[in-house]
Design a protein around this ligand. Structure first.
Ligand code: NI
Ligand code: MN
Length: 228
């Protein structure tokens, strides 16, 4: 029951759960940090936190090519249908769904969500992904919020948190989020892609080590980490 995750730049991650692949917010072809092209990955599921173009990214092309099922809120899913994506699972905040090798729950995120053509994109979300052995919290684009402590009560092994500031929480607020979520490991995302969200991952990791009980994992684009 191994869990590996690979950072694809920005908020895009590949999760490998016992050899099965899930893709999170696959912004690849427009992403200056992406280590791969969209045609180099074949996920079974794509999880999409909200409708912004730096998250939807290559979802439509990848889903059409691979028949991966896209999990997102109902508004994003209905837009994806109009783009020709056939397999979707439209959920909403607080809801969970069992996909067999993992279970997903949509959490709140304080942000906004419009689709690339301006269509209303529902409420932005984060995800708690539960496997038989691990719990992963992918915060999406968000500010910190007090209810993160409830997510922490679920016993989170790995948290993926934005640290870029400007559009989401920044470095200092990520420390607050870590205190609330109490993960074993924490991985920074949504930074260094564009000038507005430049941050120093090494300095962030030092701060996490000094001020929290979590172990920071700073990946280079394409970098992979495995948890037993
Ligand atoms: Ni966004
Ligand atoms: Mn974003």
């Amino acid at each position: 029951m191994s869990l590996s995750f690979t950072w694809l730049g920005h908020s895009a991650f590949r999760l490998d759960i016992d050899g099965r692949t899930i893709l999170l917010d696959p912004f690849l072809s427009g992403n200056p940090l992406s280590p791969i092209r969209p045609d180099e990955i074949t996920p079974e599921y794509i999880l999409l936190s909200h409708g912004h173009s730096d998250h939807v990214g290559d979802t439509v092309d990848i889903a059409k090519r691979t028949q991966a099922a896209v999990i997102a809120n109902v508004e994003v899913v209905s837009w994806l249908h109009k783009q020709g994506v056939e397999k979707t699972i439209g959920m909403n905040i607080g809801g969970s769904h069992d996909l067999g090798f993992f279970k997903v729950k949509l959490t709140i995120a304080h942000h906004s969500s419009s689709l690339p053509d301006g269509t209303y994109g529902g409420n932005p979300a984060g995800f708690v992904i539960s496997t038989q052995r691990h719990k992963i919290y992918f915060a999406g684009d968000t500010a910190p919020f007090a209810e993160m402590s409830w997510i922490g009560d679920m016993g989170i092994d790995v948290a993926f948190l934005p640290i870029g500031d400007f559009y989401t929480m920044g470095v200092e607020d990520s420390i607050k989020a870590i205190e609330l979520v109490r993960p074993r490991f924490v991985v920074p995302m949504h930074y260094a892609t564009f000038p507005a969200i430049m941050q120093d991952g090494g300095a962030w990791a030092t701060m996490v080590n000094n001020r929290t009980n979590a172990t920071p994992i700073v990946l280079d684009p394409g970098g992979k980490y495995t948890i037993d």
